[in-house]
Design a protein around this ligand. Structure first.
Ligand code: MG
Length: 401
C-alpha cells in the first residue's frame, strides 16, 4: 500500500432522482481509480453547499493526504473561523464520509470494520404509517407488519395532524395549517385504537415534530405513557430543550431528539444529563461520520441509544453511512428508513437490501455504494420554493414546521 495517497479533486454532485434534491461529494485521489463518496445533502439549500465544497474546501484540501481524516476534519471545521452551521457542516460531511469510504477501500474493509466490526448482522428499521383516521393508520401499520417490520411510527394527518375544517380569520395567509391542541388530543386516541386492535406485538413510535408548546408536550408525553411507545420524537423544539427535565420528572415515556441539531453544545447536555433516551441527529447536518461516531460512543457511556435521522432527504450514500455506524455501535437503538425508489437505486448502485424489516449493507470495501454520474445527470435538481415549512396555526400565526 502506498503511504502517501493525496486528494486530487473534490466535486459536489447534485441530483434529484426522487422527491428530494441530493448532494453527494466525490473525492478523487492520486491513486488511479481510487475515489470516495460522501453525503452533503441539505435539500432546502443545495447551492450554498456546492459552493462551500468546491470554492472553499477543495482549495484547502487538494494535495493533502487522504489518510488523515481526523486532522482534515478539524482543519475544515475551523478554517471558516465561524462554525457549526448547516451549510458548512454538510459540506464538511461530504468530504468526511468520502475520506472514510477511501480509507475502507485502501484497507480492503467495509467501514463498519474500521469502526470496530459488526455488533449485529443487520439493522432493524422503522417505517412511517400515516392515515386520516385511526382505522386507516391501523391498516397501514398492518401493511408494514406484513412486510416484516417490527417498529412503526404512527401519525394521523401528517405532522401536527392537520384538521379537516379549521376556524381561520378572513384573509388568512396561505400555509400548511394545523391545529396544535386538536393534534395533541388526537394522539392518545390513535394509540389507544392501535393497541386495542393490534395489541403490543409491534413497537410504536410517534413524532411530535416540535409542534407543541412545552406544557402541551408534557401533557402528551404523560397521556401516551400507558401505550408503551418505543420513543416519542422531538417532543420539544431545540429552543425549548430545558423543558426535557420537567417531562422526565413526570413520566417514563422514552424520548428521542436531535434531527435539527448542528452544534455539540445542543446534544451534549441532553446526553450527559440523561434527559433523552435516543440521539437522532442528521449525520451530514452535524458534520459527518467523524463527529457522529464520537457521539455514538459518548451516548453509549451514558446508556443512551442511537436512532440516526433517515428521511428521504438523506442521499443513499448518507443512508449507508448511517447503517455502517448502526452495525458497529453496541448502543444502536433503531434506524429510520424512508425507503429507496427504483430511480435512486439506479443512480446509486450498491444500495442496501431490505428484507423482513432489516437492512443489509454490502460487505465491499468502504461504504460499498457507488454513484452513476450519467444516471445522476439525467435527474437534475429542480428549482422551487419549499412550502411545507410555511406552517401556520388556525389563527394564521406562522410557527416552526
Ligand atoms: Mg422527525
Amino acid at each position: 500500500m502506498s503511504t502517501c495517497v493525496t486528494i486530487t479533486n473534490i466535486r459536489a454532485i447534485l441530483t434529484q432522482p426522487a422527491g428530494s434534491r441530493l448532494i453527494v461529494v466525490r473525492i478523487d485521489t492520486s491513486e488511479p481509480g481510487l475515489y470516495g463518496l460522501g453525503c452533503a445533502t441539505f435539500t432546502q439549500r443545495p447551492l450554498p453547499v456546492k459552493v462551500a465544497v468546491e470554492e472553499y474546501l477543495k482549495p484547502l484540501l487538494v494535495g493533502r493526504e487522504v489518510d488523515r481524516i481526523e486532522d482534515l476534519w478539524q482543519l475544515s471545521w475551523v478554517n471558516s473561523y465561524w462554525r457549526n452551521g448547516p451549510v458548512l457542516n454538510n459540506a464538511i460531511s461530504g468530504v468526511d464520509m468520502a475520506l472514510w469510504d477511501i480509507k475502507g477501500k485502501r484497507a480492503g474493509m467495509p467501514v463498519y470494520d474500521l469502526l470496530g466490526g459488526r455488533c449485529r448482522e443487520a439493522v432493524a428499521l422503522y417505517r412511517h404509517a400515516d392515515g386520516s383516521c385511526p382505522e386507516e393508520v391501523e391498516e397501514n401499520v398492518r401493511r408494514w407488519m406484513a412486510e416484516g417490520y417490527h417498529y412503526i411510527r404512527v401519525q394521523m394527518g401528517g405532522y401536527g395532524g392537520r384538521a379537516g375544517s379549521m376556524h381561520t380569520p378572513e384573509g388568512a395567509q396561505p400555509g400548511a395549517y394545523f391545529d396544535d391542541l386538536a393534534y395533541a388530543r388526537s394522539v392518545p386516541r390513535l394509540l389507544e385504537h392501535i393497541r386495542g386492535t393490534i395489541g403490543f406485538e409491534v413497537e410504536l413510535l410517534h413524532d411530535v415534530h416540535e409542534r407543541l408548546r412545552p406544557i402541551d408536550a408534557l401533557q402528551l408525553a404523560k397521556a401516551v405513557e400507558p401505550y408503551g411507545l418505543f420513543f416519542l420524537e422531538d417532543a420539544l423544539a431545540p429552543e425549548d430543550v430545558e423543558y426535557f427535565e420537567t417531562i422526565r420528572s413526570q413520566c417514563a415515556t422514552p424520548l428521542a431528539m436531535g434531527e435539527l441539531f448542528n452544534n455539540p453544545r445542543e446534544w451534549m447536555p441532553l446526553i450527559t444529563g440523561r434527559l433523552i433516551d435516543f440521539v437522532r441527529m442528521h449525520i451530514s447536518q452535524m458534520g459527518g461520520l467523524t463527529p457522529a461516531r464520537k457521539v455514538a460512543a459518548c451516548a453509549e457511556l451514558h446508556n443512551v441509544r442511537t436512532a440516526w435521522h433517515g428521511p428521504g432527504d438523506v442521499s443513499p450514500v448518507g443512508h449507508v453511512c448511517n447503517l455502517h455506524l448502526d452495525l458497529a455501535s453496541p448502543n444502536f437503538g433503531i434506524q429510520e428508513w424512508a425507503g429507496l425508489s427504483d430511480a435512486e437505486r439506479e443512480v446509486f448502485p450498491g444500495c442496501p437490501e431490505v428484507r423482513g424489516g432489516f437492512a443489509y449493507v454490502s460487505d465491499r470495501p468502504g461504504f460499498g455504494i457507488d454513484l452513476d454520474e450519467a444516471a445522476a445527470a439525467r435527474c437534475p435538481c429542480k428549482s422551487f420554493v419549499d412550502t411545507w415549512t410555511q406552517s401556520r396555526l388556525p389563527d394564521g400565526t406562522l410557527v416552526r414546521p
